[in-house]
Design a protein around this ligand. Structure first.
Ligand code: ZN
Ligand code: ZN
Length: 335
């Protein structure tokens, strides 16, 4: 594909799409039913959430121990869940990394930053990617698995109420559809919390080392950040749901950071087609730090004045906001 039709690359090598990062029409006023219906299918369900739901449902039926087994904590079944989650993460993040960064299948077409992730002594094992894989597999997957194991144990013992497909299929489906929105609400507030300076310095600064992120950067966080990030799954300890909802929530938490940090606007599929990652919004967060804390359909950043859509106007507004707070941007500092 010819990315010059879709965006421009400046002299610093930064590629910006012509289209702006935008919110879904879901909460627009006055309502836009036709646009919302279109977004619901091609934006909300497809491509990504449908994949995460399918993986969660498949993992539940094929690679989750029986409810009877999970009534008591035991190393055997916990190991099964851990290995299954490691396999999902290695396959999913590995696929993005292999195609875009190892084979460099589309070189830097649609890549926001012309440079490739660095090898440097700043990073564990001398490279950003190796550091990313380390934190993702050593901290990210085990902590997400701990939430899942605890959830299964609560469900298996009847300590949390089950929502059964047979008794309430409509609410069962509705809850599946609400999971990604709940993720956004939870992520926005948790993300604001870890940007509080004292917590930022000790915890979230690790994730922000990656101003030029790759797919594996998405799950590369401080263990305390993994703990609060994955706590979105704790809602199933309170709200009646089914283990499939909990697994969809956790699969979403675990898999969504790959396209979100891929560093590419579009992943090419053949000469004519591509899949949009939806990654611009969060790429700008990694680049400028104080913008776009949320991601997705609920316009938190617009409501709270931290939205950056990639345009020069939004950039000027951000600089004005930061100047009012006496914050020097990395851009000013390097200029
Ligand atoms: Zn990030
Ligand atoms: Zn952040």
């Amino acid at each position: 594909m010819d990315d010059t039709l879709w965006g421009t690359r400046n002299t610093r090598g930064e590629w910006t799409p012509h289209r702006r990062a935008a919110y879904a029409p879901l909460l627009d006023w006055p309502p836009r039913p036709a646009a919302t219906a279109k977004w619901f299918v091609h934006g909300y369900l497809l491509p990504w959430n449908a994949v995460y739901a399918a993986v969660a449902i498949g993992a539940y039926f094929v690679a989750t121990p029986s409810t009877a087994t999970m009534r008591e904590f035991a190393p055997g079944w916990i190991a099964v869940v851990l290995v299954r989650n490691l396999a999902i993460v290695i396959a999913w993040f590995g696929l993005f990394h292999w195609r875009l960064y190892r084979r460099r299948h589309q070189d830097i077409r649609f890549k926001y930053n012309a440079r490739w992730p660095r090898t440097s002594d700043r990073f564990l094992f001398g490279s950003q990617t190796r550091e990313n894989v380390f934190w993702a597999l050593v901290s990210g997957v085990p902590i997400a698995t701990a939430y899942e194991v605890l959830g299964h144990w609560l469900f298996a013992n009847g300590h949390v109420p089950w929502l059964q497909w047979s008794s309430n299929p409509v609410w069962f489906v509705a809850l599946m559809l609400l999971v990604p929105l709940w993720r956004e609400v939870h992520f926005y507030w948790v993300h604001r919390l870890i940007h509080v300076p004292a917590i930022y310095r000790r915890v979230h600064a690790l994730h922000h080392r990656y101003t030029n992120p790759g797919p594996w950067s998405g799950l590369s966080m401080h263990p305390l950040e993994h703990l609060v990030y994955n706590s979105a799954a704790a809602i199933h300890w309170i709200v009646p749901s089914h283990p499939i909802h909990m697994m969809f929530n956790l699969v979403h938490l675990t898999m969504a950071p790959a396209p979100g940090h891929a560093g590419f606007e579009t992943i090419e599929l053949g000469a004519e087609h591509g899949i949009d990652t939806g990654g611009l919004n969060h790429y700008l967060h990694h680049k400028y730090f104080e913008v776009n804390y949320a991601d997705g359909a609920i316009p938190f950043d617009r409501w709270f004045g931290s939205f950056h859509d990639g345009s020069p106007e939004a950039h000027a507004a951000m600089k004005q906001r930061l100047a009012a707070r006496n914050v020097v941007t990395t851009e000013d500092a390097s200029a």
